[in-house]
Design a binder for this molecule. Structure first.
Ligand SMILES: Cc1cc2nc3c(=O)[nH]c(=O)nc-3n(C[C@H](O)[C@H](O)[C@H](O)COP(=O)(O)OP(=O)(O)OC[C@H]3O[C@@H](n4cnc5c(N)ncnc54)[C@H](O)[C@@H]3O)c2cc1C
Length: 369
């Protein structure tokens, strides 16, 4: 590593890599620091892999704006870099009268914010699309889709390197200290060896550790108004004998801090149900098998032929939520504190952060590039 660079990005998840890629287009020397042995091993590879349309989030929020912008950038990226993806379309299903009212409200809102083409389907029309699904009403979003997240992460990492950026693995950010003309970034590797980098710009894209990294940058406690509430989402695979579904992603209405236990089929066609939403104190990715009954019940509301024996524990991911179980909306935080010129802290980048990643990268580069 040169010890003087134009920008340092902490975290090689999709967001850090997208920021690094954009910065590489504008600057000479960009270094990504990642504590793990490879890219995207935390939130970025533990999600639904869905390219969202931007249906649910408030107007004028970063989540809406960057999701809609990011969806287009992401599909274009996948086409340009041969990343497997599919515009499968998505169905949001209402299974009760109360759901119907909420779904109509969601549809009006989505049209207002410009979340792509949408069509309300009657019960019969929805059944034609998905014969095993039971609902009163459904909203079809044809621009939603799925992406192979592992291939996407690999393509981001490859393109950062192609653009002369460096990604340094097994390297932990220790501290960021203000020096004349910029920042001194201290790191340690797995052997305990320390190193230092001088830079004009720092991006904190540390996902679940973003607040810890903000503290290590010397921000005072009153300058860190955020708190993270890790929220685990588990997935169960749909095995042989599970009722068939076609190509669509099938979602209930959002509930309990998540988008509801939905069914996705990845690029290989493997189907899974999830994620649920469980606020946790520790990072533990074990999937609790005893949740099978609850999953079968949640999915059974719209796919009545599902049985617990069709489900097997698959994987889990943990959302870096900025609100606790009491809920409420929290937007993405892209913060460039006035006391820290050239530094951006990206906090609370939960869903739709995968979809929005390239748009976040462009926005952050505009902030500090
Ligand atoms: C269950 C679940 C489902 C989701 N589904 C979707 C979906 O379908 N569609 C969608 O658009 N979004 C989805 N998301 C959101 C999306 O996955 C995230 O917004 C996105 O992956 C966040 O990426 P990131 O780069 O910010 O975080 P991460 O991928 O976690 O990257 C942060 C990186 O920083 C590194 N790091 C942390 N601290 C340090 C340090 N001190 N030194 C060095 N490195 C450090 C970590 O090792 C990690 O690799 C989902 C999220 C979850 C949890």
């Amino acid at each position: 590593m040169d010890d003087r660079v134009d920008a340092v990005v902490i975290g090689a998840g999709v967001v850090g890599l997208a920021c690094a890629y954009e910065l590489c287009r504008r600057l000479e020397t960009v270094v990504v620091l990642e504590r793990d042995v490879g890219p995207g091993r935390e939130i970025s590879s533990r999600n639904s892999g869905v390219v969202h349309a931007g249906i649910y989030y408030p107007k004028d929020s970063l989540k809406t704006e960057l999701c809609i912008e990011g969806k287009k950038l992401l599909y274009d990226w996948c086409e340009a870099h041969d990343v497997p993806h599919q515009r499968t379309g998505k169905l949001i299903v209402a299974t009760s009268a109360e759901d119907e009212t909420r779904l109509r409200r969601i549809a009006r809102h989505a049209a207002e914010v410009g979340a792509g083409a949408l069509r309300m389907l009657s019960r019969a029309e929805a059944r034609e699309l998905e014969p095993e699904v039971r609902c009163e009403l459904a909203l079809h979003s044809p621009t939603s889709g799925v992406v192979d997240v592992h291939e996407l992460i690999a393509s981001f990492a490859r393109e950062v390197k192609e653009a002369d950026g460096a990604i340094v693995y097994q390297t932990h950010l220790e501290s960021i200290e203000r020096i004349a003309g910029g920042w001194l970034v201290r790191t340690s590797d797995t052997m305990g060896r320390q190193a230092e980098l001088q830079t004009a710009r720092v991006v904190n894209a540390a996902g679940l550790s973003a607040i810890e990294v903000a503290r290590r940058s010397g921000l005072a406690e009153h300058e860190i108004p955020w708190r993270l509430y890790p929220c685990k989402g588990s997935y169960f695979a749909l095995g042989a004998g599970a009722p068939p579904t076609r190509n669509s992603l099938i979602y209930p209405l959002p509930e309990g801090g998540g988008l509801g236990v939905h069914i996705t089929a990845d690029i290989s066609g493997a189907r899974r149900a999830g994620p649920d939403a469980e606020f946790v104190d520790t990072i533990d990715y074990t999937v609790d098998e005893s949740r099978i009954e609850r999953f079968a019940e949640a999915v059974g509301r719209y796919l009545p032929a599902i049985r617990p024996e069709h489900l097997t524990p698959d994987y889990s991911g943990i959302r870096p939520k900025l609100v606790g179980p009491e809920g409420g909306f929290a937007d993405f935080v892209l913060s460039n504190p006035s006391t820290q010129p050239g530094v951006a802290h990206l906090v609370g980048i939960e869903s739709p952060g995968l979809t929005a990643s390239l748009a976040i990268g462009a926005r952050v580069s505009d902030m500090i590039g």
